[in-house]
Design a protein around this ligand. Structure first.
Ligand code: ATP
Ligand code: MG
Length: 294
């Protein structure tokens, strides 16, 4: 039985897609068979992995609405061990069309039954809403990662999200747990980041991941090239942090962050190693005053 992790926050732009892509890639790099499901009509996980969302023939829509086999929709990615269920704007239709359907909230869970043996981890990138696509994701999942952006109003809506998770756990999916809350886009030079970290820890206690993802130019650039941070700049601070997050999820964080290995990585990444490396100016507590580079 794979771990099925929904990456969920109904607030927009908190780092769900960035976390989904990079966690999926790092789990694959660690040698696990990983499936990333793009459950957002924006299709950002699809394009962020270099797949042209406008030219895909089949998407999650066909699985949820037409009852098509999920196997027929899965694409292999350029990362070894990592497969993708792509999505695009068509998926907006699913949100509407599902309303009339029987057992509308268990469509994804049912679709996954036949492929559970094929993967060690399934990551679901949820849309920024608590509609039927998110409901399907939370019913299919075994746990939830909640990315929280270190910004104003970061905690707004989290009460409603945890209430929703609890309701789903009580009524539809008793195994559902909060895997962890991930603080993202932290800028340790600001008091705001410190406040959000403290408030989130007060609210969620030890369910907050130790790993905090800093604001990083490299992380924001990577999807524009259709690449994960591992492919785009594996020495960057963002890459290190998503590697560390994967370790936390695997429960192996005390073994240190493995230097990612190249065995499953396409040749296209090698040229990046020689490319120019840009300082990001991201600092963490205890870091020397100089900006952390790369
Ligand atoms: N740690 C980071 N540092 C800098 N930029 C980031 C970081 N994480 C994400 N971003 C950027 O912030 C924006 C929002 O991130 P992302 O798309 O991952 O959020 P999301 O929660 O999936 O958004 P949506 O709710 O629209 O699906 C993107 O442009 C992304 O590249
Ligand atoms: Mg997204």
């Amino acid at each position: 039985m794979p771990k099925i992790i929904a990456v969920c926050n109904q607030k927009g732009g908190t780092g769900k897609t960035t976390t989904s892509i990079n966690l999926a890639v790092y789990l694959a790099v660690e040698g696990y068979r990983v499936l990333l499901i793009d459950s957002d009509p924006q299709g950002n996980s699809t394009s962020g992995l270099g797949v042209d969302k406008n030219s895909i023939e089949k998407s999650l829509y066909h699985v949820l609405i037409n009852h098509e086999e999920i196997k027929g929709v899965i694409l292999e990615t350029k990362i070894g061990n990592l497969s993708l269920v792509p999505s695009n704007i068509d998926l907006i239709g699913a949100e509407v069309e599902l309303v009339e359907e029987q057992e509308r909230e268990v469509r994804l869970k049912q679709a996954l039954q036949k492929i559970l043996g094929d993967f060690d981890h399934i990551i679901i990138d949820c849309p920024p809403s608590l509609g039927l696509l998110t409901l399907n994701s939370l019913v299919a999942a075994t746990s939830v990662i909640i990315p929280v952006q270190c910004e104003y109003y970061a905690l707004e809506g989290l009460g409603q999200l945890t209430k929703t998770i609890n309701l789903i756990k009580e009524n539809l999916n008793p195994v559902l747990e909060i895997e962890g809350v991930l603080l993202t886009m932290a800028d340790f030079r600001t008091n705001l980041t410190t406040e959000v970290i403290n408030e989130t820890r007060n609210f969620f206690g030890d369910r907050v991941f130790e790993t905090i993802v800093p604001r990083s130019i490299r992380l924001s650039e990577a999807p524009g090239f259709g690449k994960s941070i591992y492919e785009y700049d594996k020495n960057s601070i963002g890459a290190q942090k998503y590697g560390a997050l994967a370790k936390e999820v695997l429960g192996t964080k005390d073994q240190g962050i493995a230097e990612p290995v190249d065995r499953d990585v396409p040749r296209t990444t090698t040229s990046l190693k020689q490319g120019p490396v840009e300082a990001e100016g991201i600092m963490e507590p205890g870091d020397p005053a100089s900006p952390v580079s790369q």
